[in-house]
Write a protein that binds this ligand. Sequence first.
Ligand SMILES: [Mg+2]
Length: 348
Amino acid sequence: MCEFSAIQRGRIRQRFVAEIPVKAGIYEHGFPPKACGNDKKEDMGKTLKSIGEFALIDRLRKVFPAGKDVICGIGDDAAVYSASKNRYQLLAIDTIVEDIDFEIRKIPPEMIGRKALAINLSDIAAMGGIPKIAVVSLVLPAKTQVQFIERFADGLKKLAKQYNVSIVGGDLSRGPCLCATVAITGEIDPGHVILRKGSKPGDLIFVTGSLGGSILGKHFQLTPRVAEGQFLSEFGISAMIDISDGLIQDLNHLISGNRLGYVLDERKIPISEAAKRLSRKDRKSGLHHAFYDGEDFELLFTVARKKKEQLERLWKRLFCTPLTHIGEVVENSRSKPYLIKKAGYQHF
Ligand SMILES: [Mg+2]
């Protein structure tokens, strides 16, 4: 039985769409991104800024199709590779850049090192995997103080120890500003891997923790939901992603294709205290921050309706992390897709 009545669904959807006026630069939700083509004449004058991060990823996916033994290539939180009959290997990579992701004068080096690893752990968590080993690549200006690097390494090491990850190598290079890249491997049983694709109409949408306002601190103090992700993969859910670009944008990544759509109950969205604090400073609502702010690094997943009670019962027994049912996956049977204003974080 549907938890949101048809009337409620209509109202919620209306309120939801009303919150986000449709203007130029719309995102066509519920359908795969348009093919961009690779004709060089067409590309004349185009920049990363003009095509955007996701169109670029789509192009690269065509350049690098998944090879032999690759279960999941470009386009998920981590690549999945069949290492043996009984074991899949996961591989993820992430970079943080000075003045884009952090201001070096304002953030202690330990926190930068911690974040460089934490965001990778969050990607392994989003697959339901067990993190294993990592390598670290640093681009540094020559004037960088050795003490800075030692403190950076210390922050990274503490988190690695906490999550039982070994740092096994890396690379150093000179450059105009600090860039830190971490690549991490993970492992998972073949039957347990959770991809972004897999949602079905009627599935329920859940999110861990609370959302929005991470700029006030959470984006550096994030807790990768590794244990929660492993539990969910063993419990059996249909699809999962970690929220790095904002709830709505990552929901669009999670629920797209096959004419799927979603309905959210905005009254149930777990708005963080930080989002509420931010909303008192700017004119945006706490809900707006929960919808669109990036870097929450919470798990967003879908699960079959019949498993709801069992999931919530086991979760309460195992975790202190909040778990909230925020909506459901629906068939998008409209002749046109929902139109939602392009929002959330994009790198270009
Ligand atoms: Mg991710």
